[in-house]
Design a protein around this ligand. Sequence first.
Ligand SMILES: [Zn+2]
Length: 125
Amino acid sequence: MYCENCARIVEKDRCPFCGNRKLRNPEAKDPCFLTEQDFVSSGILEDVLRQNGIPFLKKNVMGDGLSVYVGPMLDRSRFYVLYERLPEAESVVNDLFAPAEEDGAPDPDSADLPFPGEDEGAEES
Ligand SMILES: [Zn+2]
């Protein structure tokens, strides 16, 4: 399922990141959260995604205003790709960074939202 709030693909009928229950099936053109990387890795990933012809959206986590103070080297970027390109993009990321985290692992900043992982009656439309 797809959470519009977070632009993430989630396995459950409720978003583990924001608690949103109004999830829907992802569509090909939905932007999907791919990964978050630091400044250096972001540059590398950008290059590789371009080389693979995968369109992406990049958002600075801190925003332009704040990165003026801390410097762009400390900023982090979040990458979003179209749902239809997500598997490709994920394999690019895995090849590049071989992340320790499993898919769907909760972000540190949403760790206060433990998801029980029990199916409490899927809301089927
Ligand atoms: Zn969400």
